[in-house]
Every structure is written in C-alpha cells, then in structure tokens.
Design a protein around this ligand. Sequence first.
Ligand code: FDA
Length: 397
Amino acid sequence: MHRFDVVIIGAGAAGLFCAGMAGQLGLKVLLLDHAEKVAEKIRISGGGRCNFTNRDAGPGNFLSRNPHFCRSALARYTPQDFIALVQRHRIGFHEKHKGQLFCDESSDDIVSMLLRECEQGRVTRWQPCAVAAVRRVEHGFEVDTAAGTVAAPRVVIATGGLSIPKIGATDFGYRLARQFGHGIVETRPALVPLTFDAAAWAPFSALAGVSVEVGIETGHGKQRGAFVEDLLFTHRGLSGPAVLQISSYWAPGQPIRVNLSPRAELSEALRAAKARSRKQLGNQLAELLPARLADAWLAATPELAVRAVAEAKDKELDTLAQRLQRWELLPSGTEGHRKAEVTAGGVDTRELSSQSLESTRVPGLHFIGEVVDVTGWLGGYNFQWAWASAAACARQM
Ligand code: FDA
C-alpha cells in the first residue's frame, strides 16, 4: 500500500494551494481529483481572467452561520500574501473595480503557478482518479481510490461546492463529512441569478439587456444584505453583480428591495425640475435613468408620461419616485447550481478548528475551501478563502 503524510482530495483552488504549501513544508503529499483536468473553476473564473483575490478582503465579506470562524485564517494568509506570490511568478494583474484583482492575460497563469508550486513541493498527483471510500484506521486513514488503496495520518477534503456539476462538482465533501458525524449547514446556490414568475415578470421582460447601477437589499437584522452594484435585466429575471450579491442573502418567500436611483433622491430631482423644466415627465425621467427604464415605469400611467413636469402634482412625482426607489420584488427562485458561482452553507464550522481547519471530532481530517460553511461575496473573496483556509491547514499539519 502507498503511504503518504497527507492525502488531499480535490485539485481545485484550495486543494492545489494546500498541496504545494504542505509539500514545500516537507510533507509527502498525494493530491487526487476525479476530473481529467485540475482547477477547472479557476480556468473559467472571472470571465477567463480569474479574479484571484480582493485587496480589501476581510471577515465582513463572508457569510457563515458562525461569522467569526473565518477571521483567523484570513488574518494569517492575507490578499497581500497571495499578491506577493503572483508577483514572484511574474504574472501581470490589474484592479478592475472595488479591490478586485484580475490576471492581465489568462486564468491559466494562476493554474500554472499553482502547479509549479506543487512541483516545488514534490506533490504526487493522481488524476483522473475517483475515490470510493475513506476509512478511519488505527494510525490515520485509508483511502480507496481507482488506483489502489493509500494510507495517511491526515486527509484533507477540498472537493468544493455543488455549482456547475458539468465540470466536476459533486456532493462528496458533504457526504464524507456526514459519514464522520459532522453537521452540514443547509446548502443552497449563491451568487446566482434570481428568477420570477413569468406572468409577474412580463411587464419587465422588454427591458432585457438594460444595465443600471442600483441599491439592492433583502432580509432583516443579521440576515440583511445590502449592496450598490450594477443590475442587469434579462428575459427571465434579474442578473448582474447586484443580484448575484443579494442572492446569497435571499431566502425563498422573501422580497428584495431595489433602489433604481441610489445616488440621487428622485422626488427632490423631479420637484426641482418642475420649477424650471418644460419637458414632458417621460423625457425628464429619461434624463435621470436609462430611457428604456423610464419608459417602462411610465407605461402603466401613459397619461402621466406625456404630461409636462411643470403640471404634475407633487404627490404624483413623489409616488413615481417612491415606485422607482423602493421597488419591491418577490423572486420565485434562483437559476440553481447550474448557474451559481458558489454554494452557500456546507460543513458546519462549529466542529472545525479555525486555526487548522481540522475536525474536532476526527483528528487528522481537515476541510478547506468552499465545502466549508464560509461563502464570500462576489469579487475575489471566494478564492481568498480558498487560499487562506488552505494555508491555515497546510501550516498546522
Ligand atoms: P473547487 O471547485 O475549485 O475544486 C474542487 C475540486 O474537487 C474540483 O477539481 C473537483 O473536480 C474535485 N472534486 C469534486 N468532487 C470530487 C470527488 N468526488 N472526487 C475527487 N475530486 C472531486 N471566485 C472568486 O473568488 N473569483 C472569481 O473570479 C470567481 N469566478 C467564478 C466563476 C464561475 C463560473 C464559478 C462557478 C465560480 C467562480 N468563483 C470565483 C468561485 C470559485 O471558483 C470557488 O469558490 C473556488 O474554486 C472554490 O475552491 P475549492 O478548491 O474549494 O473548490
């Protein structure tokens, strides 16, 4: 039987990074993945340019039932640490928006960098190689794989979440956690477009393609999420960064509230226009919002659209402003794991060490990356969690 110091299952972002670091720290590492290629999600991420971290990543950018859990790992492996690694490998990058760092050329650069780090750590990689079972034995674990049974005192589960099953996502990590008695915080698609009842959406479907910066929020108290981001209208519902962000906070049956003019009080702007403008209300509104959006909002009250702003009553202007700035919608669902960027929920952190990501139930068993109940916002945060949780694990093994 082959023996290693650690077997890491899942050669995605967290698994590759953990393997390279553990190998360079002197451990004999086996990295296994059932997929043909490593890190397919890195490859397709960030539109092919991999938003590999966010300069400002901190615990406040993550959702978890146990919000403090991620603090330790994030503090000990920071965005600056990953940026330094990217620079050492001479990979060009740029900041796009709100601290989000992307490769200048291609996400393949990050994959190649992680593979080089694994080579430096003399990591053994078996791929494609399915894993049939993981057993606890006297001095650690035995792992039954398509290439035979291997033994190690430590096993790291880095099999990620459920999104995009067609490139290799499985529920392996959750099943294995349950096998060893771990609780799972209910999983759900996150960073995902929201859908609406077809009849309720019909008046807005003509807006498909319109993109506008909005304020968006949902939930209350600790469950409240609020963002100012771009919203994209689609034929079936809403997408774009605003909706992806809010989807992680959305629960079925809960409305979302959208402010279509987050940087200006519309009722003030319309009342001010009333004093000096000779325009029709529809045309005036089209100066404050994308014209197609203004048209759609006035379609229900065509007589108001053609009325001169100067003749509109204050109350009518206030009602219109309120409809635009406190638009409440009830999504019918999400586009599911097929379209989600990540899976929220996962292995309950209350039974993991925040220092080493090791199980407090089963010594030697670690869970890292997306399989854990730590979910980042859109914008490079999920990769930063993959790197940070992997580093915490590798350094403590
Ligand atoms: P990851 O999914 O990377 O790796 C899991 C690995 O486990 C895979 O290689 C899989 O094949 C393997 N595996 C699964 N089941 C197995 C089994 N039964 N046996 C063996 N192996 C198994 N994040 C971000 O920060 N910036 C971004 O730009 C993007 N962009 C983005 C775009 C798209 C389209 C998606 C779907 C996701 C993103 N993300 C992102 C999210 C990011 O990709 C994700 O959070 C990380 O890849 C998670 O890293 P992990 O290593 O935990 O899982």
